[in-house]
Design a protein around this ligand. Structure first.
Ligand code: NIG
Ligand code: FE
Length: 413
């Protein structure tokens, strides 16, 4: 099947030659585009594109006049916890009434609250709830998504989440990667994090590896959750079964998680709200992508990751939602891109690069997604009639998505 999109007002994030798999520092300032463009989709992939002025004769089965609309690669959301049960609306109200995230967690709320609900929820129900969320984010322009386990905290419940993710992978055209995050909080039945980590490595990880249920491994490296030593052990055990790390670090405290993650060649380090000077240096010239989650900061009122400084230091940066019931009950990448501009002082070019090409690197799909490049997947956003791409983050909270294409097909739900 060949589909020709023509009269595209502007084709955004066009990169024929990508020397690096990600952009860093100054490179993030440019967003290459073609004005008044056409794009040909063939068998689900981008097969060609160019300017309307020199469009060759093209054979196609379907043509769509995009007169006045823009096309960009789908958003890539490299960090979510989309599979969860119920919600934590009560904690939202508790925070309005003055409690902090940490205080709520201490009195039995937080991750363990979600784990209890999830353990009691049958797999089919969990699948239904997650599928509804997945459709919701697809409609908001997300064309690739990473989903973590971590609200199970028992072998059975963690496997249940990973099986739900597997079913989502099978049933939806969006690209999905799954991450094993049993080390998300220490269950009450364990005396300390070390004992629980041993249990994860000895009893859970072999099953996850055998059944090929995960692409990556994660741990919440944070005071009151898991230590740097735990992080080392989890990442080493993951590497031994072929799972690279994508690690929760520096959300509330900088305790050395970045150093350990980089040492273990993690694909990404995520959160970074609290950064120390040495953390920037550690990340320099590595293959580990810093990932900022601005909608988490918005929702629970913690500092925003110093994304401006990260880029000014010459580092790369990706953006993601962190969609989860506790700290970010929203999977809206459009809002994330806006917040990155408004609260982190990224330019629209930097924010769009961070949410597409760099985000694709952060979830290991930059070979097939994240830019308008021949042979990459045709996962595309078609906007409504907006004056420029900068209008997307500028008109925050508004929806400018007209249509979605995944694997070369228009999405109708
Ligand atoms: O990424 N920080 C750890 N995990 C999640 C939130 C967990 C929760 O509160 O449910 C996050 O923000
Ligand atoms: Fe998270």
């Amino acid at each position: 099947m060949k589909t020709l999109l023509y009269n595209i007002k502007e084709l955004i994030q066009v990169r024929e030659h990508l020397n690096n798999k990600f952009l860093k520092g100054e490179e993030m300032k440019t967003l290459p585009s073609i004005k008044n463009a056409w794009l040909l989709i063939e068998d689900g992939k981008i097969s060609n594109y160019g300017s309307m002025e020199d469009m060759p004769a093209i054979a196609y089965e379907q043509q769509v006049d995009l007169n006045g609309k823009m096309v960009l690669p789908s958003w890539v959301d490299s960090h979510t916890h989309l599979v969860y049960a119920g919600n934590r609306e009560q904690e939202f109200v508790d925070r309005i009434n003055g409690l902090t995230y940490e205080e709520i967690a201490k009195k039995g709320g937080g991750i363990k609250n979600s784990a209890k609900k999830l353990q009691e929820t049958p797999e089919d129900q969990l699948y239904k709830e997650a599928a509804a969320r997945l459709e919701e984010v697809i409609k908001m322009g997300t064309g690739a998504i990473e989903i973590k386990s971590g609200y199970g905290l028992t072998t059975e419940a963690e496997l249940k989440i990973l099986r739900v993710i597997k079913r989502l992978k099978e049933n939806y055209p969006i690209s999905i990667k799954s991450t094993f995050l049993a080390a998300h909080a220490v269950p009450k039945s364990f005396h300390n994090s070390k004992a629980y980590v041993e249990h994860i490595i000895k009893d859970m990880l072999p099953v996850v590896a055998k059944e090929k249920l995960a692409d990556y491994i994660d741990i919440f490296c944070e005071k009151g959750y898991f230590t740097v030593e735990d992080t080392k052990n989890i990442l080493e055990a993951g590497a031994a079964v072929g799972l690279q790390g994508k690690v929760h670090v520096n959300q509330f405290n900088a305790i050395g998680g970045i150093q350990e993650s980089v040492k273990q060649n993690a694909l990404s380090v995520d959160h970074l709200e609290i950064m120390q000077e040495e953390d920037y240096n550690t990340l320099k010239n590595t293959q580990t992508m810093p990932v900022a989650l601005p909608s988490c900061s918005l929702f629970i009122g913690i500092p925003y990751a110093p994304a401006r400084k990260i880029i000014d230091k010459g580092l790369p940066l990706a953006l993601a939602t962190d969609y989860n019931p506790g700290t970010t009950p929203s999977g809206n990448m459009n809002l994330v891109v806006s917040l990155a501009c408004i609260k982190m002082k990224l330019t629209p070019e930097e924010a769009i690069n961070a949410a597409t090409i760099n985000a694709a690197y952060a979830m290991g799909v930059s070979d097939t997604l994240g830019s308008i490049t021949k042979n990459k997947k045709a996962n595309l956003i078609i906007t409504d009639k907006i004056p420029s791409y900068g209008f997307l983050p500028y008109s925050f909270g508004n929806n400018h998505i007209d249509q979605i294409i995944l694997d070369g097909k228009f999405i109708t739900y």
